[in-house]
Design a protein around this ligand. Structure first.
Ligand code: FE2
Ligand code: FE2
Length: 188
């Protein structure tokens, strides 16, 4: 894959993330309003704030790459976020917790992939930020998993695959970077 391909892939992934964060933030706003426990409200509100922050960071990276958010994705995300926010009030306690956990587990991988594209297109300045975002998504997944498992019915559900330990996000990334450097050295 050329540097240009990686840059294009990075832009596409950041556009996706930028809009997905909007949908997530609106959905979590509905979610924390729908739960009764003060502790859950505080944590989910904090997660909402973190999604807004991610959106801001993804937007800054897009700008720095000379790209813009995707208009269609933005409209779709706005609708999805608003609909999910309403559904949180109608579906009961468990389904939004389960749905959030499943989605968060995907977000971890997306920011890890974005960090790899950043490395491959020479934007090393994005790497730490993207890996930190992956780590924050890891914490989100962990929280929603713990909530589902706290529910008697949730414990009987089959859950999405558990992500590897958080430290592995950076460890794997840098191990892989070292291996590709060695490969490049060996072939030159
Ligand atoms: Fe996020
Ligand atoms: Fe998240």
């Amino acid at each position: 894959m050329t540097q240009t391909d990686s840059a294009q892939n990075l832009i596409a992934l950041l556009q996706l993330a930028y809009s997905a964060e909007l949908a997530a933030a609106y959905a979590y706003r509905g979610h924390w309003h729908s739960v009764e426990s003060a502790e859950e409200r505080t944590r989910i509100k904090q997660i909402e704030d973190e999604e807004w922050h991610h959106r801001e960071l993804a937007g800054q990276m897009l700008e720095s790459l000379g790209a813009r958010p995707d208009r269609q994705r933005e409209i779709r995300a706005l609708i999805i976020g608003r609909v999910l926010a309403v559904l949180c009030h109608l579906m009961g306690w468990l389904p939004p917790m389960y749905g959030a956990g499943r989605l968060e587990s995907r977000n971890v991988g997306e920011y890890e992939t974005a960090a790899r594209y950043a490395r491959d297109c020479g934007r090393d300045d994005f790497i730490d930020c993207l890996l930190t975002m992956a780590e924050v998504e890891w914490e989100h997944e962990k929280y929603f998993r713990s909530r589902v498992l706290a529910h008697p019915l949730g414990r009987r559900l089959s859950l999405w695959p558990e992500p590897p330990p958080k430290e592995m996000i950076r460890e794997l990334f840098y191990r892989e970077a070292e291996a590709s450097l060695e490969l490049a050295r060996a072939s030159s």
